[in-house]
Ligand binder design. Structure first.
Ligand code: DX5
Ligand code: ZN
Length: 227
């Protein structure tokens, strides 16, 4: 997936709240609505209590949409599972720093699969956790909720960490995207954008918008720019 150095906010809807009986249609609807990528919240029931998408589910949707797929691997053994999510058609795999005792090696192993690698930081994990791997990352994901569920409240206290990671990326002139995930909606995206985020994961804000996906995506993009 080519790095998109876009000044415009990139919207990556999480399909966690989707109607799983119509998952393909929902993803096609997100593409039609102008989303920039699909965010798959992969959970193994161990790293987080919830259990969600296996690689075969993602592979079944792959031929239906042309949007890039990013998998947010909230799993205990990301290095074991990475090849299967790459094979399923994900262009970017984001692993949790907290699940990777050998993070540098795991990111290298993902890149050897020919796809991009990202690192996610739980709320308690400092920005310094990515200080020595930015050269291997295409994306850093700062969690703005504790992972495991959709529909939680945004942690504004994470904005300081977003700004710290932004400073690290800019000082090192790294080509790395900064993504936030959790509680992102029209009321919170502006502050996250102001803090330095450029890619925004939104689940509830997209799927619960009464005016539909297109309105939700456009509204989020606008609110990010209005910061
Ligand atoms: C939580 C997931 C988030 C979540 C976002 O573990 O990583 O992507 O689904 O959902 P909302 O946007 O509803 O907070
Ligand atoms: Zn996520």
């Amino acid at each position: 997936m080519a790095l998109v150095a876009s000044p415009e906010a990139l919207i990556a809807p999480s399909v966690l709240p989707a109607d799983f009986a119509r998952l393909g249609e929902e993803c096609m609807g997100l593409e039609k609505a102008g989303a920039d990528r699909i965010h798959w919240d992969v959970m193994d029931g161990r790293f987080v209590p919830n259990l969600t998408f296996g690689p075969d589910v993602i592979a079944s949707v792959r031929p239906l949409v042309s949007l890039p797929f990013e998998a947010h691997l909230m799993v205990e053994e990301p290095h074991e599972l990475a090849p299967r999510y790459a094979e399923a058609g994900c262009e970017l795999l984001t692993v949790h720093a907290e699940a990777c005792p050998h993070l540098h090696r795991t990111l290298g192993a993902i890149r050897e699969l020919g796809i991009d690698a990202g690192v996610a930081l739980n709320p308690a994990t400092p920005a310094s956790a990515v200080a020595h791997v930015l050269d291997l990352c295409r994306l850093v994901l700062v969690m703005t909720v504790n992972p495991g569920w959709g529909g939680q409240s945004y942690l504004a206290s994470m904005e300081a960490k977003v700004a710290e990671v932004r400073a690290m990326i800019d000082e090192g002139q790294h080509q790395v995207e900064l993504e936030v995930d959790g509680g992102i909606g029209r009321a919170t995206i502006g502050a996250a954008s102001k803090a330095g985020a450029g890619v925004f994961v939104a689940g509830s804000a997209v799927f619960s918008n009464e005016q539909g996906f297109s309105h939700a995506v456009a509204e989020l993009r606008e609110a990010a720019a209005a910061r």
